[in-house]
Design a protein around this ligand. Structure first.
Ligand code: URA
Length: 246
C-alpha cells in the first residue's frame, strides 16, 4: 500500500504528464515558464501578489498620457492605445498604427484591420469586441515603416502592462515585428508561425500579419493562418476546461 506522500507524488507525476502531453498536442516546442527578470527581484520588497501589481487599462492609459517618450510623437495625429474587452481571453498584438489608425485613434481599422476583423469574426466565430487588439508601438511610424528599436523600447513596458491588466489565456502575435518584440529575439515568421512560445508566462501563438496575407493572398497562406487560429482557440478551450475542473 502507498502512504499519503507516495500518493501525492504519483498525482503530481500524473498531472505533469497530462500537462506535457497537452503542450505537445498544441504544438509547443518549448515549455512556457515565467522567468522573473532581475528587475522584478530587485523591486520585490513589498511581497505584493502579482494581481495587485497590475494596473487597470485606464490607469495605464493615464500613465502613457500625451506620450513623448520617443520621436514618433512628433508625426502622429492620435495615440492608438488599444481596443476591446478588458477581460479578453485573447489579445492580438500588431506592429503599429497605419494611416487610418492614426487618424481614428483605433487599432486595425484600415485594410489590414478589415482582414483581421474577418479572421476574428468570420473565421474564429468571435466578435471583435470580445477580444483585445493593440500594437507594439502606439504611434504611427512615418510612411508605415517598421518601428525602430528605440521606439519599441520606449513603448514595450506599456504593452507588457496592458497584457498583465487583461491577463488573457492566449496572445496572438501578428507578423515578425510583434513576434520578435514579444519573444525578445529575431523571429523568422515564415518558419516559426504556428508554434507556441511564451511571454511573461503567457502562451503566444505566432502567425502572419493580416497585411502580409492581403499582399500574398494565396489559399496556402489563408490555410496556414486558419491553422494557427484553430490552435489558439483550442488552447483557450483547454485552459477554460482545466480551470473549471479545479
Ligand atoms: N497594422 C498594424 O500592425 N496595426 C494596426 O493597428 C493597423 C495595421
Amino acid at each position: 500500500v502507498m502512504n499519503q506522500t507516495q500518493k501525492k507524488v504519483l498525482r503530481i507525476i500524473e498531472d505533469l504528464k497530462e500537462h506535457l502531453s497537452y503542450l505537445k498536442l498544441f504544438g509547443f516546442q518549448e515549455i512556457p515558464v515565467e522567468i522573473p527578470s532581475l528587475e522584478n527581484f530587485k523591486n520585490d520588497v513589498s511581497k505584493k501578489p502579482l494581481t495587485n501589481m497590475s494596473l487597470t487599462l485606464s490607469e495605464i492609459k493615464e500613465e502613457l498620457g500625451d506620450c513623448r517618450r520617443c520621436k514618433l510623437f512628433s508625426t502622429r495625429t492620435h495615440i492608438v492605445f488599444g481596443v476591446g474587452n478588458k477581460n479578453a481571453d485573447i489579445v492580438f498584438v500588431g506592429e503599429g498604427p497605419g494611416q487610418e489608425e492614426d487618424k481614428q485613434g483605433v487599432p486595425f481599422v484600415g485594410m489590414a484591420g478589415q482582414k483581421l476583423t474577418d479572421i476574428i469574426e468570420k473565421g474564429m466565430g468571435l466578435k471583435r469586441s470580445d477580444v483585445y487588439i493593440c500594437n507594439i508601438v502606439k504611434c504611427r511610424p512615418p510612411n508605415n515603416r517598421d518601428p525602430e528599436k528605440d521606439e519599441i523600447d520606449a513603448c514595450s513596458s506599456f504593452l507588457e502592462k496592458q497584457i498583465k491588466a487583461i491577463n488573457p489565456k492566449v496572445i496572438v502575435a501578428l507578423g515578425k515585428p510583434a513576434s520578435s518584440t514579444l519573444l525578445g529575439r529575431n523571429v523568422a515568421i515564415t518558419r516559426e508561425r504556428g508554434t507556441w512560445h511564451s511571454f511573461q508566462g503567457y502562451q503566444v501563438m505566432l502567425t502572419f500579419h493580416p497585411a502580409y496575407l492581403l499582399r500574398f493572398y494565396t489559399n496556402e497562406n489563408r490555410r496556414l493562418v486558419w491553422e494557427d487560429m484553430k490552435k489558439a482557440l483550442s488552447a483557450i478551450l483547454t485552459i477554460s476546461n482545466q480551470s473549471k475542473k479545479k
